[in-house]
Write a protein that binds this ligand. Structure first.
Ligand code: IMP
Ligand code: MG
Length: 173
């Protein structure tokens, strides 16, 4: 797909190879277990669907939607849950699945929220990690690609709700 103003950063093939690597790690770590994947809407929907189909373990799937206040550059750190999961997670092995971690506020918020429901285990899997942009300390358990601090779109990521459907990951020129 050709879009003026976008520059390809990661091809579909490279993305696929990284998703397969992550799935292999998860399959190994959760062998003999059943997992609940909790995707964060909307950005994670493509990554989660690719990852889920590479898993060799039983998986249930649910979604949350979060809202954070302030613009990206002046993030207030206030995060709210707009849509909760419907599955019960107490005593379960839960893996949060997110497209990208930036300041860390969103994932930290959801992590604490789900932790309070007493899952047996709670881990996080992010496809992209803007490590250098972190405002609060947050380390994901599974990381696809560590990326520079620049704005990316495609593979679920949007700019003003556009570009989520691109198969590759692009930067905006
Ligand atoms: P955090 O709470 O700052 O870690 O924000 C994570 C959320 O910000 C992600 O779920 C994305 O929705 C959004 N985000 C952060 N960086 C980017 C980007 O480069 N492109 C698109 N969305 C981004
Ligand atoms: Mg998101």
């Amino acid at each position: 797909m050709d879009y003026a103003g976008l520059e390809l950063v990661y091809s579909r093939d490279f993305i696929t190879s990284q998703v397969k690597r992550l799935a292999a790690e998860i399959n190994r770590d959760y062998r003999e277990k059943e997992i609940i994947l909790v995707g964060i809407l909307k950005g994670s929907f493509i990554f989660l669907s690719d990852l889920a189909r590479e898993l060799a373990i039983p998986a249930k799937i649910d979604f949350v939607q979060l809202a954070s206040y302030g613009s990206r550059s002046t993030s207030s750190g206030i995060v709210e849950m707009r849509k909760d999961i419907t599955l019960a997670v107490q005593g379960k092995d839960v893996l949060i699945v997110e497209d990208i971690v930036d300041s860390g506020y969103s994932l930290e918020f959801l992590y604490q929220k789900l932790l309070s429901r007493q899952p047996r285990s709670l881990k996080t899997c992010v496809f992209l990690d803007k490590k250098a942009a972190r405002v609060i300390p947050f380390e994901a358990n599974y990381v696809g690609i560590v990326v520079e601090d620049r704005f990316l779109v495609g593979y679920g990521l949007d700019y003003d709700e556009k570009y989520r459907n691109l198969a590759g990951i692009y930067s905006i020129k």
